[in-house]
Design a protein around this ligand. Structure first.
Ligand SMILES: Nc1nc2c(ncn2[C@@H]2O[C@H](COP(=O)(O)OP(=O)(O)OP(=O)(O)O)[C@@H](O)[C@H]2O)c(=O)[nH]1
Ligand SMILES: [Mg+2]
Length: 470
């Protein structure tokens, strides 16, 4: 036990030296983390961001672009040889295909480097030539971030918290039943462990499908090449005796292995090196799922912010060694599902959620901002007449049928508390409105030279995230 801790410590220090070394070379590098839960829009966001940095015609609010100071932007080999490259060409190929389609789902960390040649502004403008700034974009699943909470928790604490959460969710009933009839002190039986883990994993998937955020351990949902391995074959058991060779003892051991061999390396190798972070949130999807999903999203945002405040967690404090993430953007994605007359309301909901999350995480670190955006605009806007009154709708091609349709998702309240309060109070359904969601296909792109793909507020997102460094 002691030995592994020391060995891990040595690795952490080695990693730190490597990081500082990279900085000494001189070219400023921004490491931008892009995260969000499954299907929140990470891949489309990065693809659109990169395409719109390469062709900056639609980026008026990225000041360095509108001031004409970005002389060139190009893709470069990334610095980390062992991290898969973000497959920009394939994702862009999908979006610009005939017919265009959404990129495939991605399930692990990936990275891409965009380098910008930037002319200085202000006093130095006439004195210096352009300099290079590297932007390393790291795409990673938000599910992995939520695992941070496990680092501080013993197996018994984690089990108790998880079982309590399961009891409040319909999807948890089956596992609760199985757990109640399981004797954790009995001898480990691998078949039983596997079957319990399968039931528990099914619960996690069902909870996720029902719109719940906190579905840890995150790697159970996105196992990748760890599928079926012992680190992913453990379950929460209510506290009790754990004699040698018992089920409970082995579950606790695997839980610790999950922490040290799955969670820890991710935070050490990726997370601790991020400078700027965008957290993508499918807020419209959560609102559609109902008050419980919104409340859960709010708690998850607080957890995520907590992860960016290393002081709270001894493990992270050691990893960060004084370094900190400087800016965090919480962005509601897929805003093109809403007519722009409602965007301010969506942003207000995100702002209220972000403020609340900062308070709850007692967060005073990075600068935070909330925004609603569409990485790739798939709809056009229209005003229809409905029951004799004008109704602002969006129009697009439905993903399921390929047919054109006008869509009205419901009116978001002007006051965000009309969404957040019922969520906090545990309401079963929204009182005044029924929110709809619809999936649109990407629209065929017909780009003028110099223009990137159409979006909403990607330039504002970029200005907040990297504008000050350009
Ligand atoms: N209308 C619209 N839909 C979007 C937009 N961005 C994403 N979507 C939808 O959301 C889906 C998921 O987007 P991705 O970018 O693949 O999300 P992700 O977070 O990378 O998903 P995983 O890789 O599965 O975790 C897409 O297939 C689209 O249906 C957008 O800007 N507008
Ligand atoms: Mg993806």
């Amino acid at each position: 036990m002691v030995l592994t801790t020391i060995a891990d410590g040595v690795l952490d220090v080695a990693q730190g030296i490597y990081d500082t070394g990279a900085d000494l070379v001189g070219t400023p590098t921004i490491r931008l983390g892009v995260t969000g839960l499954a299907r929140s829009g990470k891949t489309v966001f990065i693809t659109s961001l990169v395409a719109n940095l390469l062709d900056r015609g639609r980026m008026p609010h990225l000041l360095a672009a509108s001031e004409g100071r970005i002389a060139a932007a190009y893709l470069q080999p990334q610095p980390d040889d062992t991290v898969p490259r973000f497959d920009y060409e394939a994702h862009m190929g999908a979006l610009t295909g005939q017919p265009p389609r959404w990129p495939d789902s991605t399930r692990a960390v990936s990275e891409l480097r965009v380098s910008l040649r930037v002319k200085p502004n202000g006093l130095l403008a006439g004195l210096q030539g352009p300099r290079t700034v590297h932007l390393d974009i790291i795409d990673y699943p938000g599910e992995w971030l939520l695992d941070l909470a496990l680092m501080d928790q013993s197996y018994d604490d984690w089990s108790a918290a998880t079982l309590a959460r399961l009891a409040t969710r319909d999807a948890g009933a089956e596992y609760c039943k199985a757990e109640a009839t399981t004797d954790g002190a009995a001898k480990l039986d691998e078949v039983q462990a596997k079957s319990l883990a399968a039931t528990f994993t099914e619960y996690l998937h069902a909870a996720r499908a029902a719109g719940f955020y906190d579905c840890t351990p995150g790697r159970f949902l996105l196992p990748g090449d760890l599928d079926g391995s012992p680190v992913l074959t453990f379950v929460p058991l209510s506290p009790g005796d754990a004699p040698r060779r018992s089920l409970r003892r082995e579950m606790a051991r695997r839980y610790e292995a999950y922490k040290s061999q799955v969670v820890r390396p991710f935070f050490r190798d990726h997370f601790s090196r991020i400078d700027r972070q965008v957290v993508l949130v499918d807020a419209l999807g959560a609102i559609h799922s109902g008050p419980a999903a919104v409340e859960d999203m709010r708690a998850a945002m607080a957890d995520i912010l907590g992860a960016f405040k290393p002081g709270r967690n001894a493990f992270l404090t050691r990893l960060f060694r004084g370094k900190r993430v400087e800016r965090i953007l919480f962005a509601a994605t897929k805003a093109d599902h809403l007519h722009h007359s409602q965007h301010a309301r969506l942003t207000a909901i995100m702002e209220a959620l972000t403020r609340d999350a900062s308070d709850r995480a007692r967060f005073a670190g990075a600068e935070t901002q909330a925004l609603s955006l569409a990485a790739l605009r798939a709809t056009t806007e229209e005003t229809m007449t409905h029951d004799g009154a004008p109704l602002d709708v969006v129009r697009g091609t439905l993903l399921e049928t390929g047919k054109q349709a006008a869509f009205y998702p419901g009116a978001l309240p002007e006051d965000p508390s009309h969404i957040l309060s019922p969520a906090k109070d545990g309401a079963a359904a929204w009182l005044d409105e029924d929110y709809q969601i619809m999936r649109f296909a990407p629209a065929p792109l017909n780009l003028r030279p110099g223009d990137g793909p159409p979006h909403m507020r990607m330039d504002r997102a970029a200005q907040f995230l990297i504008g000050d460094k350009l």
